[in-house]
Design a binder for this molecule. Structure first.
Ligand SMILES: Cc1cc2nc3c(=O)[nH]c(=O)nc-3n(C[C@H](O)[C@H](O)[C@H](O)COP(=O)(O)OP(=O)(O)OC[C@H]3O[C@@H](n4cnc5c(N)ncnc54)[C@H](O)[C@@H]3O)c2cc1C
Length: 322
């Protein structure tokens, strides 16, 4: 049985792992996080929850459509029928209608469904990948050695894959060429409805790129929980800023744009170092001779759907390599 190590339990790694298990491989997934999901995740604070990473996803690829049908019938995913707008200066126009899906009751539900019965070593950050007598060995940051793998798949953001690809310089160079943009997320709960009269807004100017009312998504608690995402330029400028100040700045910016806000019951920020791909690799990266590769949203148009498709593609390559 082929032993495969997958580094990263975001949508790309999880779907690759599931596909490989279905094909009969012995798969072990490693993730530095507490729970699987990666950027497809949910922050929970007592009774409050926030989709602080991916906001929704769309499905166009025929390989993902049957999976979507299963998730909808299992009620881990549902259509979001929120009122979405595009804001630019003083103008607001209705966003292009398209089917936008969300995990229910939160984004992490989809990751939990993808996880299934997979063997996942959480809180395990891989810092080195080495070939030793035709086997791959993974080294974690606590000095642990995980050996005996025939194949290795890195399903992590490109800049995080670069140092782990030192045994395959061609793939390392390809990953190095891909940039990823950061984003600060702000999470707020207001005591009363704030003056924003939409459920989600793509913002074309100012510090924000996105503003959303989480409670408008299906299955969410009925509280005025809002998420904002800052542009990469704004995030880079304020990267080392104090988190409490950043939250206050976000509230000031909302006030300037929409008018005075009700009191907040909760304020928090999260710093995404690699939020969205800023360019793409030409496809999934795979060295068939050595049995190692790298994959993720940055190999396939970005976003959750791109990550899922790239995960299936690399699993196919692993299977084809015997
Ligand atoms: C703020 C924000 C908004 C977004 N909005 C949307 C949206 O509206 N719609 C949409 O479709 N997509 C959106 N996305 C993008 C979407 O979340 C990603 O495209 C998708 O999650 C990528 O999946 P992935 O599996 O490639 O990588 P990730 O989800 O990043 O998963 C990678 C995993 O690898 C782990 N990892 C990294 N390095 C190591 C290491 N050395 N050792 C062990 N584990 C490691 C991480 O912990 C993580 O769990 C958004 C992302 C962010 C951050």
């Amino acid at each position: 049985m082929t032993r495969v190590a997958i580094i990263g339990a975001g949508p790309a790694g999880l779907v690759a792992a599931r596909t490989l298990v279905d094909a009969g491989a012995d798969v072990c997934v490693f993730d530095k996080g507490r729970r699987p999901g990666g950027r497809l995740n949910t922050r929970e604070h007592g009774a409050y929850q926030f989709d602080h990473g991916a906001q929704f996803f769309t499905v166009r690829d025929e390989r993902i459509s049957p999976m979507l049908e299963d998730w909808v019938s299992l009620k881990v995913v549902a259509l979001w029928k929120g009122r979405l707008v595009r804001l630019m200066g003083n103008t607001a126009e209705v966003a292009r209608p398209t089917k936008r899906y969300v995990g229910t009751p939160s984004m992490i539900s989809l990751a939990s469904e993808l996880r299934g019965e997979l063997e996942i070593l959480s809180l395990t950050r891989i810092v080195g990948v080495e070939r030793n007598q035709k086997e791959w060995h993974l080294h974690d940051e606590l000095g642990g050695d995980h050996g005996g793998f025939d194949r290795v798949v890195m399903a992590i953001p490109a800049p995080q894959a670069v140092p782990l690809l030192s045994e395959v310089p061609a793939l390392q160079r390809a990953a190095e060429a891909v940039g990823m943009a950061p984003s600060f997320a702000g999470m707020f709960v207001f005591a009363e409805p704030p003056p924003m009269d939409f459920d989600g807004a793509f913002v074309g100017d100012g510090p924000f790129t996105w503003i959303a009312r989480d409670a408008s998504k299906p299955g969410r608690p009925d509280v005025e929980a809002w998420v904002v995402h800052a542009s990469s330029e704004w995030t880079r400028r304020h990267w080392s800023g104090d988190r409490t100040d950043i939250a206050r700045r976000f509230l000031e910016e909302l006030t300037m744009r929409f008018g005075s806000l009700p009191d907040t019951l909760f304020e928090r920020t999260h710093r995404w170092g690699y939020a969205l791909a800023d360019g793409f690799a030409p496809g999934v990266l795979w060295d068939a001779k050595l049995g190692i590769g790298a994959v993720g949203d940055w190999c396939r148009g970005g976003r959750v759907e791109g990550a899922l498709v790239s995960g299936i593609q690399i699993a196919d390559k692993v299977v084809a390599s015997g």
